[in-house]
Design a protein around this ligand. Structure first.
Ligand code: DX5
Ligand code: ZN
Length: 226
């Protein structure tokens, strides 16, 4: 299971150094949480395309950057993020009316398409889209901030996606990646890996004042038996 940092708990005044610290520690994927001050329950604003462009320019082309769009108009504004240099757009099924249309638009632009669902949203809302999705992201917290408690009740949903994706792959279909986001730490990383997660987003469990990113990553990877 791959680990990708969410930068929400980083000190944005030294974000460049934090990112380079993450890459030096072996991180190859950065998860950018975009919030527009409206869509998430606590009305948070985080950052937009300008910061993402700075991140891409600092990191160069090798690192994968996704944007988790917690915004009301992802279907209309996704190209601002691809122009800023993201490799993948992950939009909320709850915020997009024509998700298949969004997938088609993204693929037509050569961008990978991800679909994210809130803890309360059933897998059935996303399963029909699976053949065309590059990634499914299961939220294990209610979107809005880092440092929240993990919601173990999403296990059934994760396993349902794992089974559906494995069947899809077995019949020659797309290799859709399965990602989880929210409350992942060294003590529950092995559990979600066993559930079948490919990539885990880790924010406060990686970027915190208890250790360096390398130390925190090593603790998680030790728990994964790496
Ligand atoms: C929450 C974000 C998550 C969050 C993860 O809305 O989508 O990516 O930052 O942070 P932790 O790992 O601290 O829960
Ligand atoms: Zn996120």
């Amino acid at each position: 299971m791959e680990i990708t940092p969410s930068i929400l708990t980083a000190d944005f005044s030294r974000l460049g150094e934090t990112l380079e610290e993450a890459v030096a520690a072996g991180i190859e994927w950065i998860h950018m949480d975009v919030m527009d001050g409206n869509w998430v329950i606590n009305r948070t604003i985080t950052f937009g395309p300008a910061l993402i462009r700075s991140v891409r320019d600092r990191l160069g082309p090798e690192v994968t950057i996704d944007c988790h769009l917690m915004i009301t108009n992802a279907a209309e504004t996704w190209s601002q993020y691809t122009d800023a240099g993201v490799d993948m757009v992950i939009a909320h099924i709850e915020a997009v009316d024509d998700f298949q249309g969004l997938i088609d638009d993204l693929h037509a632009s050569g961008v990978r398409a991800g679909c994210v669902l809130n803890p309360s949203t059933p897998a059935d809302e996303v399963l029909p889209l699976l053949p065309d999705l590059d990634l499914v992201l299961v939220m294990s917290v209610v979107p809005g901030k880092g440092g929240q408690s993990f919601m173990p009740e999403v296990e059934g949903k994760v396993r349902a996606f794992r089974d559906a994706i494995d069947s899809q792959i077995e019949t020659g279909g797309r290799v859709t990646k399965l990602m989880i986001d929210g409350g992942i730490k060294y003590h529950n990383a092995a559990m979600v890996a066993e559930w079948g997660i490919d990539i885990a987003v880790v924010g406060s469990g990686l970027i915190n004042d208890r250790g360096t990113i390398a130390e925190n990553l090593a603790a998680i990877e030790a728990a994964l038996g790496k």
